[in-house]
Design a protein around this ligand. Structure first.
Ligand code: 13P
Ligand code: SF4
Length: 348
């Protein structure tokens, strides 16, 4: 592809992924930043891994003229990180994801363009909290959502992502499980698991500050305005909202990948998204013939990653500024957090 052709593909892709609430770059700014980032990646032997909640400009892959080498959900990104052979991983996602990448592939340098890209779930619990829970419920297996920091993971039996949480919870013989830290995801999983197996779950009081905004009233309003649409709700959405959503429309509660797959397989043409707004950008890029009602609810942590700070992280390589971007997990914590993550990787 010539540079001109590649620029056209990128601009077409970018405009097809707009949800109406993202910051739009001018064509000139977008092309300039992308060109510089692509050149810096080559120079420093770096790859860019990007989560589905990133804005369109960070989600477009190199085959479409963009900067990302891989775009995925948290499980897909962990698998991709394990396989990276380049010297640097530039992580366009949040801190717990970048930490997981480093834990799995510690020979690589993982750079996070903004270390303030946190997560309300990850910051709701510490390793000491898990130790106290284990003392309160001796012998009960502890499943940690991957949306936790390394020192929390280090105290748990197994991790899970939204994609494999159900399979992991079902795989334990114990009739009681501790699931942390998302109480809403826990309640949604509990409903399915208790019906199937009678297992009971002890939950932590954390919540995703994005998905908890999908109240039953907000979803009912979107349904009333879009009566022919199916609903797509993430596991992290409050359980009462999930029940009311699915009682009144066809649809799915599931992980980010479940949502993407459901849209691809569904004969329906309109969808209401009960998840992070930029997943709407992903869906629009993948299924241009379908339409999505996106809620303009964005994760402030994910939005701390931008084209500009991704470029700055790459520019810093080999300079005194590099340390500002490097993700590091002390080896004693890394080695203990690795075990529950590796166990998780056995489940799809
Ligand atoms: P998944 O990518 O596992 O669906 O996680 C969703 C999420 O909220 C990430 O922060
Ligand atoms: Fe955390 Fe929610 Fe943001 Fe995901 S969307 S990073 S769970 S705050």
């Amino acid at each position: 592809m010539t540079t001109e052709q590649s620029d056209t593909v990128l601009l077409d892709r970018y405009s097809s992924m707009q949800t109406g609430c993202a910051v739009e770059y001018t064509s000139q700014d977008l092309l300039g930043l992308v060109e510089e980032i692509r050149a810096l990646k080559k120079k420093h032997n770096a790859v860019v891994l990007s989560h589905y909640y990133m804005p369109a400009e960070l989600q477009i892959t190199s085959e479409h003229g963009g900067i990302a080498d891989f775009v995925g959900d948290s499980l897909g990104l962990s698998r991709a990180a394990m396989d990276v052979e380049s010297d640097y991983i530039i992580f366009c996602g949040v801190k717990f994801m970048a930490e997981t990448a480093f834990i799995l592939n510690p020979d690589k340098k993982v750079l996070l363009p903004n270390h303030d890209a946190g997560c309300s779930l990850a910051s709701s619990i510490t390793g000491a909290d898990v130790v106290a829970l284990k003392a309160q419920y001796p012998g009960v297996p502890v499943i940690a959502y991957v949306n936790t920091y390394a020192e929390t993971k280090a105290e748990c039996d197994i991790c899970c992502t939204s994609r494999n949480a159900l399979a992991i919870a079902e795989s334990f013989e114990s009739d009681t499980l501790i699931f942390l830290p998302d109480k809403f995801m826990g309640r949604n999983l509990q409903r399915v698991i208790t019906e199937k197996t009678g297992k009971k779950m002890i939950l932590w009081e954390g919540a995703c500050e994005v998905h908890e905004q999908f109240t039953p009233g907000r979803i009912a309003g979107m349904q009333a305005m879009n009566p022919n649409a199916a609903v797509l709700v993430h596991w992290e959405v409050p359980d009462d909202a999930v029940l009311q959503a699915l009682a009144n429309s066809p649809g799915i509660v599931g992980s980010t990948s479940d949502i993407i797959r459901y849209v691809g397989e569904s004969p329906m043409k309109e969808f209401i998204l009960g998840s992070e707004c930029d997943l709407g950008a992903t869906l629009q890029g993948l299924y241009p013939e379908k339409s999505f009602v996106t809620p303009c609810i964005q994760c402030p942590h994910m939005k701390r990653i931008t084209l500009e700070n991704t470029r700055d992280a790459l520019r810093s390589i080999g300079t005194s500024l590099e340390a500002k971007y490097v993700i590091d997990v002390p080896e004693d914590i890394r080695s203990r957090a690795l075990l529950p993550i590796e166990r998780m990787m056995e489940f799809n």
